[in-house]
Design a protein around this ligand. Structure first.
Ligand code: SF4
Length: 215
């Protein structure tokens, strides 16, 4: 087994038993729901997001309704998870999609990143989780797992902006049949085992071949 095969084999085995499959946004490909999820998950612990997600969808089941929402009501719903400015961005983005894209979340990277509050990560997440594109959203969690396991380094003070590192990471996904499943497995594993502080090295199923652990 080569390095990639070992990594994915062990990671997917862990994911099938421990993945956070129960989150409601994991069981939909509705682009509105996926976009909403990614807005809410920004810099926010996933555990707290579920209730806010359900409340927004209950009040605004359709993107066009969110486009006409009252800012104060949306701010109030978002308040428990912080970063209230997301309320305005959500409404603005929904408004642009409603008026300029016939209410359909764009299935196109260049169009997505023009939307307020949508950057590279959210655009790729929407393309992957809603439209099944084989793309990889890269954030600090993804970078942490790959740099530790494969021993990559970055000279960029902001590794998220390191394009060379991003393309090395993306290359590992090319062997995977489902990029969606691979992305979710990485996300869950980096959030539960290979965490920023106190990673669970001794319980980690990847430790045998992990460069960081064995160095
Ligand atoms: S052994 Fe430690 S550093 Fe390596 S993947 Fe596992 S938790 Fe992360």
């Amino acid at each position: 087994m080569n390095e990639d095969s070992c990594f994915w084999w062990e990671l997917l085995a862990w994911y099938s038993n421990n993945g956070r499959h129960h989150f409601p946004w994991r069981n939909t490909k509705d682009p509105y729901r996926i976009l909403l999820t990614e807005f809410l998950l920004q810099q926010t612990h996933v555990r707290k997001v579920e209730e806010v997600y359900e409340q927004i969808l209950f009040k605004y089941p359709d993107l066009n309704e969110l486009a006409r929402a009252n800012i104060e009501i949306v701010e109030e719903i978002i308040a428990p998870i912080g970063l209230r400015y997301r309320a305005q961005r959500l409404i603005n983005t929904a408004g642009i999609i409603s008026t300029q894209h016939n209410g359909k979340v764009p299935n196109d990277y260049k169009e997505l990143i023009k939307l307020p509050g949508v950057g590279d990560y959210i655009a790729n997440a929407v393309l992957c989780y809603a439209y099944d594109h084989p793309v990889v959203p890269i954030d600090t969690n993804v970078i942490r797992l790959f740099t530790r396991y494969f021993g990559y380094t970055s000279n960029n003070p902001r590794p998220r902006m390191d394009k060379e590192l991003a393309s090395k990471i993306r290359a590992h996904f090319e062997v995977m049949k489902s990029t969606r499943e691979a992305n979710l497995a990485v996300l869950d594993f980096a959030g539960a085992v290979c965490t920023a502080r106190n990673p669970e090295h001794l319980l980690c199923p990847l430790s045998r071949h992990c460069k960081y652990f064995n160095s």
